[in-house]
Ligand binder design. Structure first.
Ligand SMILES: C[S@@+](CC[C@H](N)C(=O)[O-])C[C@H]1O[C@@H](n2cnc3c(N)ncnc32)[C@H](O)[C@@H]1O
Length: 220
């Protein structure tokens, strides 16, 4: 997989407004799955994008850092926070999830909505070790990823295919089984607390319907 092509795809999608994933209505279920965190708990949202989820977390009383490797969307996110006087509650930061520019054991919770699914298999070690590193002991990860239960997405048919890995327009998509995800997190000392599969209409194609596996893990 060409990492530059994938990053370029995200940059262009935000610039042209063709970021179809931003409007998938996962927020309400994700919010209900959050653990009982104290007010002012510190959350890292990796692959923050436009920050719709970050704003929901701020509205729920948390302090949030949003990380993304697309510098333009980070700049815009910080301008929006400033204009809404939320600069003391949240901040967007440029960085790669495989090399997070933040200190060890900083966060009570890390959220990932749709990032791990785009990591090449060789990047997963970097991703998992960085998430585990910035999370406090006893902290949580909320992960939302494409599920192998997806019937049809962008012309792929993961549920009825032997493959779980697909590529289109230079972007790789991985559709996880629950067991695969749980094994990956367990290898880094994070145990499953809650998990469900939710189905959503995608705006990519009239017949597309995606399944997302939504999981909450706790670090030992
Ligand atoms: C499918 S989008 C999801 C965006 C957002 N979480 C949402 O739900 O709208 C994936 C996001 O992850 C970011 N991303 C992908 N790979 C990344 C990496 N290696 N480091 C940092 N951000 C990355 C992309 O720029 C994009 O904003």
């Amino acid at each position: 997989m060409d990492q530059d092509a994938q990053k370029n795809y995200f940059e262009i999608a935000y610039r042209t407004g063709s970021d179809v994933w931003t409007h998938i209505p996962y927020h309400a279920v994700a919010m209900r799955m959050l653990p009982p965190l104290a007010k002012d708990s510190f959350i890292l949202d990796i692959g923050v994008g436009r920050g719709l989820w970050l704003h929901k977390l701020v509205a729920a009383g948390f302090r949030v850092i949003g990380l993304d490797y697309v510098a333009d969307i980070v700049r815009k996110g910080n301008l929006d926070l400033k204009s809404e006087n939320l600069g003391d509650r949240a901040r967007f930061v440029v960085g790669d999830v495989t090399d997070i520019p933040l200190a060890d054991s900083t966060f009570d919770c890390v959220t990932d909505i749709g990032v791990l699914q785009h990591m090449a298999s060789g990047q997963r070690i970097g991703y998992m070790s960085e998430v585990a590193r910035v999370l406090k002991s006893g902290g949580y990860v909320l992960n939302v990823s494409l599920s192998k239960e997806t019937q049809r997405f962008l012309g792929f048919k993961p549920k009825h295919s032997a493959d779980a890995s697909f590529e289109k327009f230079g972007v790789s998509y991985y559709f996880f089984t629950n067991d695969e995800l749980n094994g990956l997190f367990l290898d880094y000392g994070m145990k499953l607390v809650d998990q469900r599969i939710e189905h959503f209409d995608a705006r990519t194609d009239p017949d597309d319907s995606i399944a997302l596996v939504m999981s909450l893990y706790k670090k030992d």
